[in-house]
Design a protein around this ligand. Structure first.
Ligand SMILES: [Fe+2]
Ligand SMILES: [Fe+2]
Length: 253
């Protein structure tokens, strides 16, 4: 029998993240069209079109994984959080599609890397591993979007990455919070994973995100940036999230 819940299952941090999610309201097609009209550069580069096309599928992957996680959990607060993420990712994918259509007349086909991301996230048999991997990959995306915002500003795609980054940062905070939130027995979801599985998931995320590839791409987009420094910064931010998650996993209530 399904276990129904009431709103008293929602802690204040979850409630505040939900409030933030519910105030993020924008209509993707209209927003992208207006933004595209106001672009400062008439020339939209092939790279902007390619990256926007890739984001259509990356966001679709986020949508699929968040909806799978929603089905897999019976924690009410986590369900509410994931419901906002499902809505956000659907909007993000649609917005990037609108941009790709305006910029290049079509959405380029997905890359092998996108397929690999999808297969990895759906390959976990354990839902907590999937939630951990999803949260870590959202962290990488949110950090990468900082550079895309700066690089593609004049082509208007940067404004879209800036807007979407706000949602992605919230998704990271939501994932971190729900993985580390204590239930009535004082147990956190992350602590259900053995240390070696946390390490294995972390390693597969690191390999998928490939910080050195991100560094090289950013240096190509923004010549003032040094690829190694960007890669090291991305890796440090990821390590900070992993440290916080591990602290929660290995600390008793
Ligand atoms: Fe997204
Ligand atoms: Fe997201």
């Amino acid at each position: 029998m399904h276990r129904f819940s009431a709103s008293d299952a929602i802690d204040s941090r979850t409630a505040s993240l939900l409030r933030d999610a519910r105030t993020s309201t924008w209509e993707p097609a209209g927003y992208v069209r207006d933004m595209y009209q106001r672009r400062r550069s008439q020339q939209v580069t092939e790279l902007a079109w390619s990256i926007a096309s890739g984001s259509v599928y990356a966001e679709q992957t986020g949508l699929e994984v968040a909806s799978r996680l929603l089905e897999e959990t019976d924690d009410y607060a986590t369900k509410l959080i994931l419901a906002t993420a499902v809505n956000d990712e659907a909007k993000h994918s649609y917005a990037f599609q609108e941009f790709a259509l305006l910029a290049g007349g079509s959405v380029k086909p997905p890359s092998e890397r996108t397929q690999e991301l999808f297969d990895t996230l759906f390959g976990y048999e354990n839902s907590t591993e999937r939630f951990l991997a999803h949260t870590l990959m959202e962290g990488y995306a949110a950090d990468e979007f900082i550079f895309f915002t700066a690089a593609f500003g004049a082509e208007s795609l940067g404004d879209l990455y800036g807007l979407i980054r706000r949602d992605e940062s919230r998704h990271v905070a939501m994932g971190m919070h729900r993985l580390c939130a204590r239930d009535t027995q004082g147990t956190t979801q992350i602590s259900l994973l053995p240390p070696e599985r946390i390490d294995a998931v972390e390693k597969s995320c690191r390999e998928l995100a490939a910080p050195t590839v991100i560094g090289d791409l950013v240096a190509r987009l923004l010549p003032s940036k040094n690829a190694d420094e960007v890669s090291a910064w991305i890796s440090r931010r990821h390590a900070t999230r992993v440290t916080a998650l591990k602290a929660s996993a290995f600390t008793a209530a």
